[in-house]
Write a protein that binds this ligand. Structure first.
Ligand SMILES: Cc1cc2nc3c(=O)[nH]c(=O)nc-3n(C[C@H](O)[C@H](O)[C@H](O)COP(=O)(O)OP(=O)(O)OC[C@H]3O[C@@H](n4cnc5c(N)ncnc54)[C@H](O)[C@@H]3O)c2cc1C
Length: 407
């Protein structure tokens, strides 16, 4: 039988980041991935490493710490992760949004984010493609981006270089306990004895949780994205809209029309090649990963109301991914006391790329040292599974249209 100190389940950006950090610490680690690297949500998402889209509080604190780690990753990984620090604007289209964003910006500033409000002319000077009808925007020079697939692959290759073993195309089918503690992981190609299991399976985390008797509140939140033909430089840095922030944190405030039901909010960026990535939606439709004509039309209509030139650009494809959503929008990180040796690292919603670096560091320190280092100053109770002890998980799943467990 194989043995390893740690078995990580999931070869997405989160699992690979944890593997990379554990590998660097010399801790014997084995990653089990049922498909291939970045075949889950980490391969069906945008490229934003954003700070502005984080709630002031532990959410933004984690993101600030994570973003600081990216320049070092860019240098030390042998894959170009296309990390760029070119800022982002959040477009404001009406007075109501202005009031909300004003408060949001003030609270973010208090936590150290360099962010300000721009009036219409200042916003259009910075981003000439913006419509004349906008009211203004926010701008932070601290926002960044990275290629999510290259980032995941870079962490995978980095982990392998540090001795981490990967079994791809291998599915975890069970977890065995001995006297209540982790004993081994069963896969479709054999059993691996281990001391720790890391559940880094994103939207599949509840299925893995059930293997050790845990009911984990994570449901899929679909996001649809459009890719256009390459066009000459149109968008400078990242561009989101205030509706995007509302759709993420307070969708009930969007109203009841079709756009609101789909959770449409703009997330726009341009690749090196010139293609536009236009997102997106936030929908609770179970594990359904198809794109819909209704949503793609709504995304384009909204995007063109902010950047009119989009009307003249051809769409070449679209895709959808599933964000792992928790009741408070924060990931679930750390060891679960009821099952010693079982570590959670899932539920990053629309922030897993941005938070991957800090997640890798936190979980590797939890395993190697028993807790994250004091200099990180992270209140792990705010990220624990235990914070949801009063949540009726079955009700949470059903009220978010999630009636099955992904296998
Ligand atoms: C449309 C969209 C846009 C987004 N844009 C951004 C963005 O701009 N910035 C950002 O920071 N985040 C963004 N996100 C969020 C980000 O993509 C996710 O938070 C992140 O990819 C989650 O990574 P993960 O490793 O937890 O999950 P995944 O990438 O899904 O990895 C989990 C892995 O576990 C494997 N697995 C599951 N069950 C088993 C099993 N039984 N045995 C073995 N393996 C198993 C799966 O095959 C999968 O590969 C976006 C998401 C979407 C959908």
């Amino acid at each position: 039988m194989q043995t390893s100190d740690v078995v990580i389940i999931g070869g997405g950006v989160v699992g690979c980041s944890i593997a990379y950090h554990l590998g660097k610490r010399g801790i014997p680690t084995h990653v089990i991935e049922k498909d291939d690297i970045a075949m889950g949500t980490s391969g069906a998402c945008d490229k934003a490493v954003l700070l502005q889209s984080k709630n002031p509080g532990i959410h933004l604190e984690l993101a600030l710490k994570s973003v600081k780690m990216f320049p070092e990753l860019q240098k030390s990984l042998d894959t170009d992760i296309e990390f760029l620090n070119h800022g982002c604007m959040i477009v404001i289209q009406n007075e109501n949004q202005w009031k909300v964003m004003e408060g949001f910006v003030e609270r973010q500033k208090k936590l150290g984010l360099d962010v300000k409000l721009l009036d219409k002319n200042e916003a259009r000077d910075r981003q000439p493609a913006l419509s004349e009808d906008i009211l203004g925007s926010t701008y932070s020079p601290m926002d960044c981006e990275a290629n999510p697939i290259y980032l995941t692959l870079g962490l995978y290759r980095g982990a392998k270089k540090h001795g981490v073993k990967f079994s791809l195309g291998t599915k975890v089918t069970g977890i065995k306990l001995e006297k209540g503690r982790i004993k081994s992981v069963e896969t479709d190609s054999g059993e691996i004895l281990c001391k720790y299991v890391v559940n880094a399976t994103g939207v599949y985390a509840p299925t893995i949780g059930r293997m050790v008797g845990l009911n984990i509140p994570i449901v899929p939140r679909r996001g649809q994205i459009i890719i256009t033909e390459p066009v000459p430089k149109l968008i400078h840095g990242g561009l989101n809209c205030a509706r995007y922030i509302t759709a993420k944190f307070r969708p009930e405030l969007l109203g009841t029309d079709e756009m609101a039901k789909l959770g449409v909010g703009l997330a726009l960026g341009q690749t090196e090649n010139g293609n536009l990535l236009i997102g997106g939606t936030r929908e609770f439709v179970g594990f359904n990963k198809t794109t819909t004509h209704k949503a793609l039309k709504a995304i384009l209509k909204h995007a063109a109301s902010i950047v009119p030139a989009i009307k003249n650009v051809h769409v070449i494809r679209s895709f959808a991914g599933l964000r792992p959503y928790t009741p408070d929008g924060l990931p679930i990180l750390g060891e679960v006391p009821e099952v010693p040796g079982f570590i959670m690292a899932a539920g990053h919603e629309g922030d897993g790329i941005a938070l991957s670096a800090i997640t890798g560091r936190i979980i590797s320190e939890v395993i190697a040292d028993g807790k994250p280092s004091d200099d990180l100053n992270i209140d792990m109770t705010k990220l624990s599974l235990d914070r949801f002890k009063n949540v009726d998980v079955n009700e949470f799943r059903e009220s978010h249209n999630c009636y099955s467990f992904a296998s």
